[in-house]
Unconditional design. Structure first.
Length: 118
């Protein structure tokens, strides 16, 4: 899911066909919302976050994950190539639910806390 979001963020493409490969429901809508906002703000993202999710709980149909997403190397840039601002990225607590549906595991819930939350 993160790789799909990184690829779509390079052009702020909320219609990217990659997004629903590994996300659905609220998680998919959250990603599309962020990409639409970035497009409206005329920014794209470069780089990629570092993730290291930990399993909180698991069943045959659902896995709950927690992570501290490091976005210090995944920054927003104006279309002219300049950084959007001087905020260096941060560390955001992330909680996700991954569900098995039609033989595919997809992130269905995703909640990203504020920068500095972990």
């Amino acid at each position: 899911m993160w790789r799909d979001l990184v690829a779509a963020s390079e052009t702020s493409d909320a219609a990217s066909p990659l997004l629903d490969d590994h996300a659905t429901s609220g998680a998919l809508e959250l990603m599309k919302y962020g990409l639409r906002k970035a497009k409206a703000d005329n920014v794209v993202s470069k780089g990629s976050p570092r993730v290291d999710p930990q399993v909180v709980s698991a069943t045959n149909q659902e896995v709950v994950l927690r992570d501290c997403v490091d976005s210090t190397r995944w920054l927003e840039y104006k279309l002219n190539g300049e950084l959007k601002n001087d905020v260096p990225g941060g560390h955001e607590k992330a909680e996700a639910t991954v569900r098995l549906s039609d033989g595919m595991w997809k992130v269905s819930k995703l909640y990203l806390h504020a920068a500095g939350s972990c």
